[in-house]
Design a protein around this ligand. Structure first.
Ligand SMILES: Nc1ncnc2c1ncn2[C@@H]1O[C@H](COP(=O)(O)OP(=O)(O)OP(=O)(O)O)[C@@H](O)[C@H]1O
Length: 329
């Protein structure tokens, strides 16, 4: 039975402070063996702090954290043996070539030669660096270095692979290729734990998601569970009297809630939204309210975030820059 398999990551009442500032505030969550789990949240939410403690890069201050069956506070070496990491602020040896970088990493982890060689070829292809195989990393562009760091992190097949904002700053094609590869790694048995502020990425790729904001987990579940908490469909409308329309539509059967968004209002429905539309049109026209635009969609992960926090994660809010341009703490 699934219930008897212990979770591969167990986090209970975990907090972390930097001086007097509480970056992570008593969070509890778990990750099941074999899944892709995303910790999703805006800049400064506490994602990196959490991943740093889970991977023993920061000491555990408060709470209980176990990774692959080992306590991060008392059994750091065992945790480190069970995990792989792709972080934002890793450094490459500038004098090694692309191939040597991967080769060196494979040797460090005692990968057998044949496996090592095959994986190096495979990964250079995935991150599109085959042509640069003999170029020293100091001559690579920032984006190429980032891709090489990712390839290096994907050399081994640990129990758990931690990825901190793995695809930030990469072009869409590379993101897709890297994600296909991460899925393959996952299918081969590695549990994936990643942090991201890309809602769509978390939605498409994760088995389960934990949403973190201001150091607290505010929601969790499968992408569908999270989106279903918002109702069935969302109908966005622009009318010539949004306040009046909102008041009237609040009383329509199977409309679960109404919220003001930009120049319009959004009605969240309890049933198939297409079946609510005739009732909405009737109600508005009976009252003489003009409808300028209407749009029906399923709730997205963005909507989930807005629902729980009352605001959107937008790129400009995250303060994100390409990781190679980014100065980390
Ligand atoms: N070494 C530090 N000293 C003081 N404050 C810190 C330190 N590291 C992180 N913080 C603060 O803790 C909070 C959480 O930061 P953290 O990096 O975990 O967030 P995040 O969700 O990973 O964001 P990002 O997407 O930028 O990585 C932020 O307010 C940050 O400023």
């Amino acid at each position: 039975m699934e219930a008897t398999i212990p979770d591969i990551i167990e986090v209970e009442a975990f907090s972390h402070r930097f001086n007097t500032f509480t970056a992570v505030d008593r969070i509890t969550f778990s990750v099941r063996r074999g899944e892709i789990f995303s910790l999703l949240g805006p800049n400064g939410a506490g994602k990196s702090t959490t991943i740093n403690v889970l991977t023993t890069l920061l000491p555990l201050q408060d709470g209980r954290v176990r990774v692959a069956g080992h306590n991060v506070a008392s059994d750091q070496a065992a945790v480190r043996r069970s995990i792989g990491i792709v972080f934002q602020n890793e450094v490459l040896d500038r004098d090694l070539t692309v191939r040597e970088t991967l080769e060196f990493h494979g040797r460090l982890y005692a990968m057998p030669r044949e496996e090592r060689t095959a994986r190096i070829e495979e990964l250079m292809d995935v991150v599109d660096l085959t042509e640069k195989r003999d170029v020293r990393t100091k001559y690579l562009s920032g984006g190429m270095r980032r891709r090489l760091e990712i390839a290096r992190g994907l050399m081994t097949r640990p129990d758990v692979l931690f990825l901190d904002e793995p695809t930030i700053g990469l072009d869409p094609q590379t993101r897709i290729r890297i994600w296909e590869y991460i899925r393959r790694v996952n299918e081969e048995g590695t549990t994936i734990f990643l942090t991201t502020h890309y809602m769509d990425e978390a939605d498409r790729l994760s088995d389960r998601i934990g949403i973190i904001d201001h150091g607290r987990i505010i929601a969790g579940g499968t992408p569908d569970e999270l989106k279903n908490t918002l109702g069935n469909d969302m109908i966005y409308m622009e009318t010539d009297n949004n306040d009046r329309a909102a008041a009237l539509l609040g009383g329509v059967e199977n409309i679960h809630s109404i919220r003001t968004v930009g120049n319009g209002i959004t009605a969240v429905t309890n049933e198939d939204g297409t079946r609510c539309l005739p009732k909405i049109f009737d109600t508005l026209s009976t009252d003489g309210i003009g409808l300028a635009a209407v749009n029906l969609k399923k709730p997205s992960m963005d909507d989930v975030f807005i629902h729980y926090t009352g605001r959107a994660i937008r790129e400009e809010d995250t303060g994100k820059v390409h990781p190679h341009q980014r100065r980390r703490r």
